[in-house]
Design a protein around this ligand. Structure first.
Ligand code: IPM
Ligand code: MG
Length: 353
């Protein structure tokens, strides 16, 4: 099994290093090859997604990705910005299905800013469409209008086939879980969303065992805070999914805990923590490596068919949380504050125990 390792920028290299050490300890037949991506790749080659990195990702069985971005790159022309690497990989590899589970670990229920009784036991899956929508719609740009004023424009766009394939992913995911699917859109205002809703409703006929509901995105944002446990699987478009998954992460106590998988039609995938590069804490040995480790567990499960190994990582993470070890983002009085390395070492020890 060939794994492309793309650590990226900011805290990316630190959290990915801990995770690769953990993966190596599993003693599976995995080969790791690293390549630069994002701002660090721009610094080296002038491109955020060099051809060699893209080719490595294409040839691999799975990709482990850290994070990209940093303030020093924010003023570059858009095609040179680190985020383009991420968008380019998603598009080029056709990674249309983005799985973002939000799970509240019992030990962290009180780490959320939301009342523990609202979030305790939460286990939801946000399924975000990842290669369409306003992220990639054309035309887009900036121009000067007839009145001489600058204007910016983007195009929200979904084709029937794009909605259909993510809807199937949503129903299939629901079948493996609680058989409830909530499709989130803005069909009261947007044509794109009306099509989305129509197509999801059509696909639902093939999954009579799944209880399908529809919700407007503004209401969904509210319901996630009011009663998040009403959800099982949420399926939504690229933009709404970007926003709702950050919101859902806060139910779990820290964005530093949330893994993700981005899959193509054949379950080849890229695995990354949903948090960003956190340049403010980079290199300080304080970043939480658990989201990346949990992403590696998803990689073992979805792309490499190594369920047992996935469970070993997840169990090891639960063990260190039960031991009371906490990186600063999830620290609470009465627990033990540790850094990135120490957390990594503890998960490694728990895995080997
Ligand atoms: C995410 C991120 C990205 C996105 C950015 C970094 C381009 O926020 O993966 O959620 O908007 O998709
Ligand atoms: Mg985001």
């Amino acid at each position: 099994m060939k794994i492309a390792v793309l650590p990226g920028d900011g805290i990316g290299p630190e959290i990915v290093a801990e995770t690769v050490t953990l993966l190596k300890a599993l003693d599976l037949k995995m080969e790791f090859e690293s390549a630069p991506v994002g701002g660090s790749a721009y610094d080296l080659t002038g491109e955020p997604l060099p051809a060699a990195t893209l080719n490595l990702a294409k040839a691999a069985d799975a990709i482990l990705f850290g994070a990209v971005g940093g303030p020093q790159y924010d003023t570059l022309p858009r095609p040179k910005r680190p985020e383009q690497a991420l968008l380019g990989l998603r598009k080029e590899l056709n990674l249309f299905a983005n799985l973002r589970p939000a799970v509240v670990y019992p030990e962290l229920a009180s780490a959320s800013t939301i009342k523990p009784e609202v979030v305790a036991g939460l286990d939801i899956l946000i399924l975000r469409e990842l290669t369409g929508d306003i992220y990639f719609g054309q035309p887009r740009g900036m121009r000067t209008n007839a009145a001489g004023e600058r204007e910016g424009f983007d195009t929200m766009h979904y084709s029937e086939s794009e909605v259909r394939r993510i809807a199937h992913s949503g129903f299939k995911a629901a079948m493996k879980r609680g058989r409830k699917l909530c499709s989130v859109d803005k069909a009261n205002v947007l044509e794109t969303s009306q099509l989305w809703r129509d197509v999801v409703t059509e696909v639902a006929k093939e999954y009579p065992q799944v209880d399908l509901s529809h919700m407007y995105v503004d209401n969904a944002a509210m319901q996630l805070l009011k009663n998040p446990k009403q959800f099982d699987v949420i399926v939504t478009g690229n933009l709404f999914g970007d926003i709702l998954s950050d919101e859902a992460s806060m139910l779990t106590g820290s964005i530093g805990m949330l893994p993700s998988a981005s899959l193509d039609e054949n379950n080849k995938g890229m695995y990354e923590p949903i948090h960003g590069s956190a340049p403010d804490i980079a290199g300080k040995d304080v970043a939480n490596p658990l989201a990346t480790m949990l992403s590696a567990a998803m990689m073992l499960r979805y792309s490499l068919n190594q369920d047992l190994a996935a469970v070993r990582i997840e169990t090891a993470v639960k063990k260190v949380l039960a031991q009371g070890l906490r990186t600063p983002d999830i620290y609470q009085a009465g627990t033990k504050k540790v850094g990135t390395r120490e957390m990594g070492q503890a998960v490694l020890a728990a895995l080997k125990a």
